[in-house]
Design a protein around this ligand. Structure first.
Ligand code: ISE
Length: 335
């Protein structure tokens, strides 16, 4: 029988996941769409047989037919829904960030420990991207020696209204925090943020671009260019410097055509296109694992550790200093 999913939040990512579950995911269906904006929920649920619309997760749950929850609301709304779904003991896919800071994420970790089993997967889809997975294999395979440095670029064409400086870290660089942990297999020990010359295309109150400097426990150094009003399109990539070689991923322009004295390919317009396959694999992996009461990807510990990095990053934005990332001891459940 299909896993019946309540999707909470019918915004950009929620609507994309609803379409994905309906059209491409095997063994699951959308049974409820939850949004305080019922019109928006109705639009996202339109044409999906059996998908009912609710203003709250409690109402959806009370109406029955909810086996799992996909949380696609903004990060500051996650904690309450996560704690509830853990109490109900139903599997959860939580879009990033798990929560916006370490203390709230730790409360989620404590609630999951009370349940006694991992039940939350966090939406770090880059781990399901073919290029990132290959880079991870190259690094962990060891043929090119140790990884020494990573140079990351994360460019969005533009930001929605109200995208603050903190969101540059909590909503965008959070992916690099996860990728660095994924590629190195280590925790991050410090974060520093440098605000250089701002672009005239940045909206008022937002400093764009920013440079984020990350260190891991063994001393791998990482620099991130986060440039969220870069205009030209969407680009996420990484160059890895290893002892015996340099590896590049993410110059994702498809076929290159030379004609009429010009050379070129296409730039992906946004993350839905760039990571479409990765999102499909991520959600399928979650669904398959959820049906066995398991987690099929990054877990709540990954959510907590990256939330601690985000908290350090936001502090570093205003202090300009290198801020240490302090983590609680990793509970048995995640070892
Ligand atoms: C967005 O929320 C995402 O998760 C995208 O992957 C990221 O590239 C973008 O910067 C975020 O705003």
């Amino acid at each position: 029988e299909n896993l019946k999913i309540a999707v909470v939040g019918a915004g950009r990512m929620g609507a994309d996941h609803i379409d994905r579950i309906h059209t491409r995911i095997v063994g699951a269906s959308v049974s409820a769409v939850v949004d305080i904006d019922l019109d928006r929920a109705g639009q996202a649920a339109a044409g999906i047989p059996g998908a009912r619309v609710f203003a709250s997760l409690e109402e959806a749950r009370a109406a029955g037919g909810v086996d799992a929850v996909l949380l696609a609301t903004p990060g500051f709304l996650h904690e309450e829904a996560l704690i509830k779904a853990l109490e109900w003991d139903i599997p959860i896919l939580c879009e990033k960030p798990l929560t916006p800071d370490a203390a709230t994420s730790w409360r989620v970790i404590e609630a999951e420990q009370k349940l006694g089993r991992q039940s939350i997967q966090v939406g770090f889809m880059r781990r399901f991207d073919a290029d990132y997975a290959k880079l991870e294999q190259i690094i962990s395979g060891g043929d090119l020696g140790d990884l020494l440095m990573l140079h990351c670029r994360h460019r969005n064409p533009s930001t929605p209204p109200g995208f603050t400086n903190e969101m540059l870290i909590n909503d965008s660089v959070v992916h690099e925090f996860d990728v660095v942990r994924y590629l190195t297999g280590e925790e991050i020990s410090s974060v520093q943020v440098r605000l250089g010359k701002p672009s005239r295309n940045a909206p008022a109150g937002q400093h764009d671009p920013q440079q984020v400097l990350i260190e891991t426990t063994s001393g791998v150094l990482v620099d991130v260019e986060i440039f969220v009003n870069a205009k030209f399109g969407y680009e996420v990539g990484t160059q890895a410097s290893l002892e015996d070689g340099i590896v590049d991923i993410g110059l994702d322009h498809g076929p290159v055509t030379r004609t009429a004295g010009r050379v070129g390919g296409d730039v992906t317009p946004g993350f839905e296109e760039r990571f479409g396959d990765a999102y499909d694999r991520e959600i399928q992996s979650w669904v398959d694992a959820a049906r066995r009461d398991e987690v099929g990807g990054p877990n709540a510990w990954d959510g907590y550790a990256t939330a601690a990095c985000c908290e350090a990053g936001v502090k570093a934005q205003s202090s300009g200093e290198k801020v240490a990332v302090e983590l609680n001891e990793k509970p048995e459940l995640y070892r």
